[in-house]
Ligand binder design. Structure first.
Ligand code: AMP
Length: 205
């Protein structure tokens, strides 16, 4: 049995057609059910659809053999127990620093609202900027408006969310896209099966 963990939300809309083209199809009935482990058209392939941040955790511990998650989530998690095999080139966006203006970044201690604590620390540490991180789980764009932070670090796609909230994209920390990861032990024990599906998926990117 091969278990594939998929991220809920906007990545899923682009992941399902990719998997379908690669030969793994999940019936609408399965997707609309409340089941947590979904059958596919392939007898020995099951799919679980979970929160994006949980995908690397499931794969790291071998609860899923393969996972599909954003590079943002993988960078925050770290690479422990995982091989990143493919850049799927879907759900592309940028992890950016944004503020009301460039001047807002000129602080002795820069207060940053983000859910990307590790990426943010690494980015600002490299240039020796002192920071204070305010960890939020959503609506980061609100933080500068209400004086909670000088700037935010968040994903930017069209830039419309920033614009609608009076913020400017200022610095690109890194380009993001969805990646396919595998559990290191599974890669050894289920090598032929994993390689077959990875190659099918790769041919459809
Ligand atoms: P946008 O207004 O198109 O720049 O999108 C920004 C909003 O969508 C922010 O709240 C982001 O956190 C979220 N977002 C953008 N791209 C992605 C992505 N690839 N995966 C998850 N969330 C995203």
């Amino acid at each position: 049995m091969l278990t594939i963990a998929l991220s809920k939300g906007r990545i899923l809309d682009q992941t399902l057609p990719l998997l379908k083209c690669a030969g793994i199809d999940i019936a609408k009935k399965e997707l609309n059910s409340r089941k947590l482990i979904l059958n596919t058209n392939i007898d020995d392939v099951k799919v679980i659809i979970i929160r994006a941040t949980d995908v690397p955790v499931f794969v790291q511990h071998g609860a899923a053999d393969i996972g599909i998650a954003g590079k943002d989530v993988l960078l925050e998690h770290g690479a422990a127990g995982l091989f990143e095999l493919l850049d799927l080139k879907i759900s592309q966006c940028k992890l950016m620093v944004a503020a009301e203006s460039k001047d807002n970044l000129k602080q002795q201690t820069l207060k940053i609202a983000t859910k990307y604590v590790n990426c943010t620390k690494q980015y600002f540490e490299k240039r020796g900027q002192q920071i204070e991180i305010i960890k939020l789980y959503g609506s980061m764009e609100l933080a500068p408006k209400v004086g909670l932070a000088h700037c935010i670090v968040d994903l930017v796609d069209t830039g419309n969310t920033l614009k609608a909230n009076g913020l400017m994209p200022l610095e690109n920390i890194t380009d993001i896209s969805s990646r396919l990861v595998v559990n290191i032990a599974s890669f050894r024990t289920k090598n032929a099966q994993i390689k077959k599906w990875v190659s099918n998926i790769e041919s459809q990117i």
